[in-house]
Design a protein around this ligand. Sequence first.
Ligand code: PEP
Ligand code: MN
Length: 460
Amino acid sequence: MNTAGTAGTAGTAGTAGTAGTAATADSALPAGQQPVYPDPAALRRVTEELSGAPPLVLPGECDRLKDRLAAVARGEALLLQGGDCAETFDGVSEHAVHSKLTTLMQMSAVLTYAVAIPVVKVGRLAGQYAKPRSLPTETREGVTLPVYRGDAVNGPAFTPQARIPDPERLLRAYRASSHTLNLVRAFTASGRAGLGQVHEWNRDFIAGSPLRARYETIAAGIDRALHFMRATGARPRDFDDSEFFVSHEGLLLDYEGPLTRHDDRTGRSYAASGHMLWIGERTRDADGAHVAYFSRIANPIGVKLGPATTADAALRLIDRLDPDREPGRLTFVVRLGVDRVREVLPPLVEKVTASGARVVWACDPMHGNTLVAPSGHKTRRFDDILGEVRGFFEVHRALGTHAGGLHVELTGDDVTECLGGGHDLGFPDLFHRYESACDPRLNRGQSLDLAFRVAGFLED
Ligand code: PEP
Ligand code: MN
C-alpha cells in the first residue's frame, strides 16, 4: 500500500472521499496514474482543506485566455507555452520564476516579429508538480523503489521513505503554486518587461551567441520596427504585451477536484488551480476519469496526442471535451517525434478540420524526441526539436491550416540537459548542470536559439 500505483480507480485505494468535489462524481471511472495513499484519513483532511482554500485563478481570467486561444484557433494569433517538465518546491524563487518568464517573453518577441500576429504566452508554471510515468518502479544498483511522481506526490530522493505518496504534498503544491503566481503577477504588472527592454535582452543574447550572424537579420528587423513605432509617436507602453497565463497537467484528481469552483456569473465550474489544464498522453482515455473531469470544467484545456493517436480517437475527444465546437476551448498538443510528424499529423488535422471543430494545434517537439545518452542521462537533440517544429509548420502550410503554436520544456537557467543549440552542447556537457527533476529542458540560450531558428524559417 505504500507504493504509487500505475492505474488505480479513483474510488479505491483511499482516493475516495473528496466530499463535494468534481472528482467524486467520477469515482467509478478508471483513473490512470493516481497515487495510492497509505492513509485515507490524511488524504481526506487535505482535500477538505483544499476545498475551502481560495482559488489561485479566477473564472474571468480563464475566459480571457479562452478568448485569446480562440484567436489562435482562427489563425489570428500564436500560442507559446513553456516551462519545466516538473516544477519543484525547492525551485520556487524570484530568480527562477523571473528567468523563465523573461525567456518566454524574449522568445515571444522574436516569434511575434516573424509571424506578425500576437503571441499568447502561457507558462508550464505555478502547478506543474505531478508527473505521469511509464513505469511504476525504478531500479538502481539492484534496489527497486516506487518511481518519483512529482513533488505533489512523493520525493525525488531514492529512499523508500521519500517515495511514499504523502497527501500533505498536495497542500505544499497549492502553496508553491500560489507563491509562483504571486511572482508572475508582480513581475508582469511591474512594467519591467516592455518590448524595448525584451529586445535589449535579445540583443545581449545575440552578442554572445556563436550564431549571431545568422540572427542579426531578424534583430535588425526588430530594431527597425521599434524605431518606426517610436517615430510614429506611439507610446512604447502601447506595445508592451506582458499578459501571461499559467497552465499545468491536470493529473491528480484529488488536487483538481477539490480546487474546482462554481462560478455564479456563468453557472459553470472552473478549475481554480490554473488558467489552462491539459490531459497527458497516458490519461486521455475518452472513457476515463480525467476526460470526465475535464468535460465539466469551463477552462480552456489541452490534450497531448502521441504518435499512436488515430483520427477517430481525436474526434471522440472532441465530442467529449468540446461538444459545442467552441474555438479556444480545446488545444491538441501533438508530440509525434521528428521522424513521424510528417506522416502522422496530416490525417489527424484533415479529419479534425473536416469535422468542423476549430481546435488549436500546438507542437510539443520534446516528448517524441527523447533519447538516453551513453551516460544514462535522458536527453534530447536541439536539431530533432527544431526538425519536428519545422515538420509541424510544413504540414500545416501544405494543408492550408494554422500551425497554432509551440509547447516546450525549458528553463531560464544555463542548465546542460539537451544537446546541440548555438553552443553545441555534447554528451560530456550533460555532466555539468543536469538539474531537471524529470525530462531534459532547453536552457535559456537553446530556447532563444529555437525562437530565432523558427523565426528564420517562417520568414523564408
Ligand atoms: C509532459 O508534458 O511532461 C508529459 C509527460 O507529456 P506527455 O503526456 O505528452 O507524455
Ligand atoms: Mn516532460
